[in-house]
Design a protein around this ligand. Structure first.
Ligand code: CP3
Length: 355
């Protein structure tokens, strides 16, 4: 049976269908580069914003109202689901995420809970309902998201951000059985959370595996990550919405990350888009991949970088314009505005020329 074809540019591109122009949204599009966001954060802590549906909804809509992106992404973070599992997470100003009781031994894995998202993440699920109500009449899809198990485990074991992933890799190598139990628990929790986000109204999902590719060589990836990501994508496919697989830093083993699943492949800024898409196959849509730092450059340089992404995508259906990682706090809003307008203009014209 065929479902009805979607009409929004973003959802059409997720299905590889032709669109009148290339859809655009940006990873971390709601955040500190926007004064409206900073004003909210002056009054409320990060976790308060995430847990209060009205605030999370407001912040989610800020970049939509200001720039007219073709998709919204729910304002949340990949880490709060860890709180429900028993990890004491906080976001510390100037430092980032911090976990007071990180996993250091196999026993710590066994005491982790796996409660349903309806119990642990009600604020985000409610926020999705509020945003959906606002965006459905405007035909703008809302993206839900979650972290992939390795990326979440890196915070759970390291206790915060890391540059060398020494603790998580040492744990993985020395406690392979506990590693497996940890990954299965994380998959269980994330799969349920993602399914509940769809139930609340999310029209697409993105799974962020931000760190596995940067931490691991191919053999470790195949052994310690791929089976669990595959499990997660397989389970989440049952929701029926398009799922974006953003696996940063996988470089030479891109296809091993692609094999895990996902309807759309998110490319990080290090990957040549044309080469990557050819490897993946043009029947699979791709998202990306402007270097976020290009938004800090003068217009002539920024424009050249945008042109390069568009040239590499070559006007094929199934390209979603995005950054190749999250937008940076010092990004001037004028550059974001200019980026959106330029991509619209360039990709709209190209299609007109073909008619
Ligand atoms: O894209 C969006 O607009 C939705 C919001 C979103 C946030 N985090 C908000 C946030 C999303 C999709 C994330 C995902 C996330 N969070 C990832 C995966 C994507 C990626 O960047 O690779 C990761 C690894 C995290 C973990 C995390 N959260 C870190 C390392 C930090 C601190 C670094 C930083 O940028 O400050 C956060 C905090 C965070 N998450 C902020 C925002 C807007 C900054 C909080 C603030 O306002 O101070």
């Amino acid at each position: 049976m065929h479902t009805n074809e979607p009409t929004s540019l973003f959802l059409r591109a997720c299905r590889g269908l032709p669109t009148e122009r290339t859809p655009i949204w940006l990873m971390r599009q709601a955040g500190r580069y926007m004064a409206e966001y900073r004003a909210i954060r002056e009054k409320y802590a990060m976790l308060e914003v995430i847990r209060t549906p009205e605030l999370a909804a407001e912040v989610t809509l800020q970049p939509i109202d200001r720039f007219g992106f073709d998709a919204a992404i729910i304002f949340a973070d990949i880490l709060p689901p860890l709180i429900g599992m028993g990890l004491k997470l906080d976001f510390i100003k100037g430092e980032g995420p911090s976990i007071e009781n990180p996993i250091t031994r196999a026993y710590d894995v066994d005491v982790l809970a796996t409660p349903p998202a309806t119990e642990t993440m009600p604020g985000t699920l409610k926020a999705i309902e509020l945003v959906t109500r606002e965006l459905v009449p405007r035909n703008i899809p809302l993206i839900g998201f979650a972290g992939a198990p390795f990326t979440l485990a890196s915070y759970a074991v390291e206790g915060g951000s890391t540059s060398n992933y020494a603790k998580i890799k040492a744990f993985m190598y020395s406690e392979p059985a506990a590693w497996k139990r940890l990954m299965v628990k994380l998959v269980t929790v994330q799969a349920d959370y993602l399914a509940q986000q769809v139930k609340a109204g999310a029209a697409a999902l993105q799974i962020f595996d931000s760190w596995a590719g940067l931490a691991l060589g191919q053999q470790d990836y195949l052994r310690y990550v791929q089976p669990y990501n595959t499990m997660l994508f397989k389970t989440v496919a049952a929701t029926g919405v398009p799922v974006i697989n953003f696996s940063q830093g996988v470089n030479a083993y891109l296809l091993d990350a692609v094999a895990c699943g996902g309807d759309v492949i998110g490319l990080d800024w290090r990957m040549p888009l044309d080469w990557s898409w050819r490897q993946i196959g043009y029947d699979r849509p791709v998202q990306g991949n402007l270097d976020p730092v290009a938004l800090l450059a003068p217009w002539r340089e920024l424009k050249a970088r945008i042109d390069e992404v568009l040239e590499q995508a070559a006007g094929r259906p199934g390209h979603i314009f995005n950054l190749g990682h999250g937008i940076l706090p010092p990004t001037p809003v004028e550059n974001v505005q200019r980026l959106v307008e330029y991509v619209r203009e360039q990709t709209g014209n190209k299609r007109d020329d073909q008619n």
